[in-house]
Design a protein around this ligand. Structure first.
Ligand SMILES: [Zn+2]
Length: 109
């Protein structure tokens, strides 16, 4: 399936896209979510592992995050069963949202 190749797509266009193109939870992006271990953060996305294709053809991915303050690792599932539906962080218990993503360095929003 070629959909997986969108992991390598760069640029801003994908922000406005929906459907099978993917989600914005990409490696090196940071989430302003409190760390389960130290209560600080943010959490940086360290790994993104493809899991499955959902019935709506979106791609379920395991997202591994690490706390920038203490290094604790947590994980959640992006597109958990359907497009745009995230699972909760296993340790922190909160569901990361697209709105929790911090702008990239140098990115003006
Ligand atoms: Zn921490």
């Amino acid at each position: 399936m070629f959909y997986n190749n969108y992991d390598q797509v760069q640029g801003e266009d994908r922000w406005g896209l929906v459907g099978q193109v993917g989600d914005p939870f990409r490696e090196d992006r940071q989430l302003k979510v409190k760390c389960a271990a130290c209560g600080k953060g943010p959490l940086v996305i360290a790994e993104r592992n493809w899991m499955a294709t959902n019935p709506d053809h979106s791609q379920a991915c395991q997202i591994v995050v690490a706390c920038l303050a203490c290094g604790a690792v947590d994980e959640f599932v992006a597109n958990d069963g359907q497009e745009g539906s995230n699972g909760p962080l296993k340790r922190a218990g909160v569901v990361p949202q697209v709105s929790d993503l911090l702008p990239r360095d140098g990115e003006k929003k």
